[in-house]
Write a protein that binds this ligand. Sequence first.
Ligand code: F6P
Length: 511
Amino acid sequence: MTSDRIAAIWSKLESAERRTLTQLFDAHADRVGKLSQRIEFDIPDHGTNGMLVDWSKTHLDDDLLDTFEELAEASGFAEAREALFDGGIVNPTEGRAATHGAMRGSGTEAQVEEAEALLARMGMLVEAIHQGALGEIKHLIHIGIGGSALGPDLAVDALTRDLKLVDVHVVSNIDGLALEQAFDACDPETTLIAVASKTFTTTETMTNAASALKWLADNDVSDPSGRVVALTANPERAVEWGVDETRILPFPESVGGRYSLWSSIGFPVALATGMDDFQAMLAGAHAIDTHFRESEGRANAPLLAAFADQYYTRVRGCQTRAVFAYDERLALFPDYLQQLEMESNGKSVTADGKPVGGPTAPVTWGGVGTDAQHAVFQLLHQGTHLIPVDFIASIAPGDELDPAHHKALLMNCLAQGAALMAGQASDDPARSYEGDRPSAMFLIDDLDPAMLGALIAFHEHRTFANAVLMGINPFDQFGVELGKAIAKQLDTGEGEFDASTQALMEAAGLG
Ligand code: F6P
């Protein structure tokens, strides 16, 4: 019955009248008011900050929104959201809850208490290191991959442009060059190593960690293992590997890898910016949790974003979605989103194992404005693909140069959205822009730690809302396992390989 109802709702969405963006603006004078919203939060000692989210330049209209609200209801959105924050099993294939929200105060009382105790422990270690308990520490080499690297890398890069207490290098790739570059930039005498791995088994991370320990020893650092901190949900394994318990910062198993920035995986952020800024990042995320928990239908901004995502992916057949940060500090944001969205929602089956009824996560890609304007925007304006675009910009500048820089940055950002929508007719086909190309805008007051937390939490909830509307489990990632298993078999020589792989092994001198 439910699936018949959902199928009927999708047919209604697919057959809805299509109007151009210009027609939609002409039809409703209050379109901007209806499809944009300001979300504001006040963080003690960090002040008020806010973001204006604007979906008016998308093809959503009242009829589509009514139908999407019906879809959310039929898909059990309210129940799924409650389960998420109440510690329900929202990851059925692994029989787990997803308690990243609790790390920032949004969960059951018991989970939040546990999270606070874990973060207090992290705060004490951060403070002790700042006070010199491990000797003089000027550099941190943070070793992790996927969710154990992308969030820390983004947050450290975004928040330490002006000032950093410790110089952080995030190393993820097993390509030794990545680690060598970090070694070249650090003095072994004053370097701390953080080994960040939920499982403490990931090949790339454990290989890099062993080489980093060797580098300390080769450089005559006394007690190299005393310079290692482990960030993990598998503390027993970290002890076996040789990390002293006092330097292990655990986090709960129910915090997923790509949702783990809020846990001890955020250690480099706290070390580089101070625990107070880290807590502000959690508070900004909590503000968005509250908005997401308490707002209904189209008034719920991450859910509204998911309505647009579903519309473009399933109804308009868009295979990609682009994100452009008009802010140098958010240069790594598209990379971060790629894992969040594609590892969460790049699935072919529903949570109960049936083939999913339509396309799932589009390919997320993007870059920084204005660089991207001079590289990929040609295709966005005149190419044959329809690509919904998100823009992110900050009203307050990140630089202290002549304000002309920031003014030009913002005007370029706004111009791109306007141009994509309006297009321009010309007698010369090569010079004509068809327009009617959608975009959304995140206009933030200022990029401080709380705002970064808010932006990330917004996208976590957008990803979750998309998963609920598609009926899929966003919290597992079995699709990454097969390649890892085959790499192991290639290494051990066990198993049969296809002729092409066998020939390539031989050509690479590995056969
Ligand atoms: O790529 C698969 C994955 O499991 C990610 O989900 C995770 O963030 C990453 O590997 C790293 O895993 P771990 O933190 O256990 O080393």
